[in-house]
Write a protein that binds this ligand. Structure first.
Ligand code: NAD
Length: 272
């Protein structure tokens, strides 16, 4: 492979929950475009090491390393950023992506299941965004690599606007990401930090296996998608690279829905 200037050359990106599904695809796409990548994981270290190895081998411009961290734990998030800075010098891009579901009817939902989902999906994204901003401010501008001081790309969901019965904790966590993201945009835009979200629709990953594992389930799912196919993790990876690059420099404080049209209420196609 020819070593040439790519859109993210010379930059370093932390992707949380990067040893599975969407996080893995984002990490691979960002690595292919020249950045160093931190593959954050909380379980299955061998998979994280394998992904890091493959990215480092394929992408001659960048290097990938795996770092363990539970994103809901403040001291672990701080330590992950410190390790990344020690290894790569700084962090330029942060993709707080780690997330999980603990589904149940609301009247049966335990406080523990509520807290686990909010701790990972919301507090985890806050902690990572905060550490990223601290590092961007400490490091200062690097006009040779980017016109922005730093970029944060939150992984939200169509459920930031579509209510979801049986998943109130998850929908609440994603609804809150919008205001976290927009508030960061408003507060740190003057420092040339860009903060945006990606809201995936139904993407084929382990988190929603029940929704695509049989042809019947897939047919049912497609009724919710005007474009009539489930999304692939790479659909999200491509958008993340673009959002991280200077090509999207003037995009700030917005959510990009990558959902095949799921948020266009396809249930109303035939007269409602
Ligand atoms: P996934 O289950 O394949 O990946 C989730 C990742 O998060 C895993 O690597 C998991 O280990 C990690 N994780 C969980 N808790 C963690 C913690 N405490 N610390 C660090 N990592 C942790 O699911 P996915 O579909 O790839 O989900 C990634 C993100 O995309 C999530 O935020 C999810 O809400 C969002 N999303 C997914 C879909 C979809 O259809 N797949 C749709 C909308 C939004």
């Amino acid at each position: 492979m020819q070593k040439n200037k790519q859109r993210l050359s010379g930059q370093t990106c932390i992707v949380t929950g990067a040893n599975s599904g969407i996080g893995e695809a984002v990490a691979v796409a960002i690595g292919r475009d020249g950045a160093n990548v931190v593959i954050n994981y909380v379980s299955n270290p061998e998979i994280a090491e394998d992904i890091a190895h493959k990215i480092s081998k394929d992408c001659l411009c960048g290097e990938a390393i795996a770092i363990h961290c539970d994103v809901s734990q403040e001291n672990q998030v701080e330590a992950m950023f410190q390790k990344a800075v020690n290894h790569f010098g700084t962090v330029d891009i942060c993709v707080p992506n780690a997330g999980l579901q603990r589904d149940s009817p609301l009247h049966e939902m335990s406080l523990e299941d509520w807290n686990v989902v909010l701790d990972v999906n919301l507090t985890g994204q806050f902690l990572c965004a905060r550490e990223a901003i601290r590092e961007f401010l400490r490091r200062g501008m690097r006009p040779d690599v980017s016109r922005s001081l730093g970029k944060i790309i939150h992984m939200s969901s169509v459920h930031q606007i579509i209510p979801w019965a049986g998943h109130a904790n998850y929908a609440a966590s994603k609804g809150a990401i919008v205001m976290l993201m927009k508030s960061i945009c408003q507060e740190y835009g003057p420092h040339k930090i860009r903060c945006n979200s990606i809201a995936p629709g139904a993407i084929k990953t382990p988190i929603n296996r029940d929704a695509w594992k049989t042809p019947e389930a897939l047919d049912e799912l497609n009724r919710l998608i005007p474009y009539k196919r489930i999304g692939e993790p790479e659909d999200i990876g491509r958008v993340a690279v673009w959002l991280a690059s200077d090509e999207s420099e003037y995009i700030n404080g917005t959510t990009i829905f990558v959902d095949g049209g799921m948020t266009c209420y396809p249930g109303f196609t035939s007269n409602g």
